[in-house]
Design a protein around this ligand. Structure first.
Ligand code: CP3
Length: 344
């Protein structure tokens, strides 16, 4: 049986528009919380292929999405480059020795040496592929080099990005050196994810909007395109989804060899369609907080359907689902996407 999700990524006609949700394997699901409690903490869960496989499949079984996304985190990459990741309760990710100079970069483990340390990810993928239904797709992912670099330079999440922006404007060569080293690891990491069995690649540039539009290509997009080129040259049958969050002013300048453009919730779907709809399939983009209300959800799904008309589209949220969303409302979203788009 073919996969509707893959057909949709390549712009082929499908019986309905497929849907998945960013962060669909997570804390809003009691079943996820139970497995995480058994694992002890979040990183242990990422390192345990059997448990990571189990939580990857939960949203497919419980919520009915058309694709599974590998359960892991973007920050396992800098962790395996030698940066020693911790997740602090209530605060999020933390690196104790952020990168400040050339020597720090030189000390990082690079290339295939870093990519080959992520065996638990590849083992998780193999297990998922044994258990995932034939008609569902498995999405593998990475953070964009820029989004990863923000954590590597700031040491944690940030509101102002002042440390990486100081580097951007006062020592851009240093920032490029970090981005280039991360890009090399990401290429090989995604190649290995594909070899392990993923069906689709998504590149998350969650902190794209922190860069001024005139600098976005130089410090982020071109590295994402370099990764896409590397993968497309070798695996043209694997669709690539780019998700740069919050860059409406860059839409007219988007270029590159990839298949799907992920639209975040701050960019109207019609606006993205006008600029990119002919060249790329569009994914998105309901404001995730609409999930608190079934009525608000239905209304938005109908408006998006009206705009996209079931063509060259994949339904998703415009960013990740939040932990306090009722599971029932997530199911409602998925059902509504299928209902409004099903071809008679
Ligand atoms: O989407 C999925 O269901 C797959 C799993 C996934 C996680 N993180 C699991 C996770 C994916 C694709 C990510 C990507 C990720 N991680 C991004 C990019 C996507 C985005 O949302 O913008 C970013 C920026 C991170 C970094 C990260 N991981 C942060 C800032 C945090 C803490 C904040 C938070 O939401 O808790 C995490 C932790 C994390 N990653 C959790 C999950 C399920 C929560 C951990 C827990 O169980 O407590």
């Amino acid at each position: 049986m073919g996969k509707i999700f893959i057909d949709a990524c390549f712009g082929k006609e499908t019986p309905y528009t497929p849907v998945w949700m960013m962060r669909q394997a997570g804390r809003y699901l009691p079943e996820y919380m139970a497995v995480r409690a058994k694992a002890g903490n979040f990183l242990n869960l990422c390192h345990d292929p059997k448990k990571a496989c189990e939580v990857t499949l939960q949203p497919v079984d419980i919520v009915g999405v058309d694709a599974a996304i590998l359960f892991s985190d973007i920050l396992v990459i800098p962790d395996e480059m030698g940066m020693d990741l911790e997740f602090i309760k209530g605060e999020g990710p933390k690196f104790n020795d952020p990168i400040t100079c050339d020597e720090d970069i030189d000390r990082l483990i690079g290339g295939d040496e870093a990519a080959s340390k992520l065996t638990y990810v590849y083992d998780t993928i193999k297990l998922i592929k044994e258990r995932l239904a034939e008609d569902k797709a498995l999405i593998g992912f990475t953070g964009a080099p820029w989004t990863l670099a923000t954590y590597m330079i700031e040491g944690q999440g940030t509101k102002t990005y002042n440390i990486c922006k100081k580097m951007m404007y006062s020592n851009p060569e240093l920032l490029h050196k970090i981005l280039a080293k991360v890009t090399e690891v990401v290429k090989l990491y995604m190649q290995r994810q594909i070899e392990a069995g993923i069906d689709v690649v998504q590149i998350f540039d969650s902190w794209a909007s922190a860069i001024e539009p005139g600098k976005y290509d130089e410090f982020s997009w071109k590295y994402m395109v370099e990764i896409a080129d590397y993968l497309k040259e070798r695996y043209p049958h694997i669709p690539i989804i780019m998700f740069p969050k919050g860059v409406p002013a860059f839409l007219d300048k988007v270029y590159g060899n990839f298949d799907v453009f992920g639209v975040d919730w701050s960019t109207p779907m019609a606006f993205a369609k006008e600029r990119l709809g002919d060249r790329y399939v569009l994914q998105g983009n309901m404001e995730p907080c609409r999930l608190y209300s079934k009525e608000a959800t239905t209304h938005c799904v109908e408006v998006i359907q009206e705009t996209m008309q079931g063509k060259r589209h994949i339904f998703n949220l415009g960013h990740g689902i939040l932990p306090d969303v009722p599971v029932e409302n997530a199911k409602h979203f998925v059902n509504e996407c299928h209902r409004v788009s099903r071809k008679k």
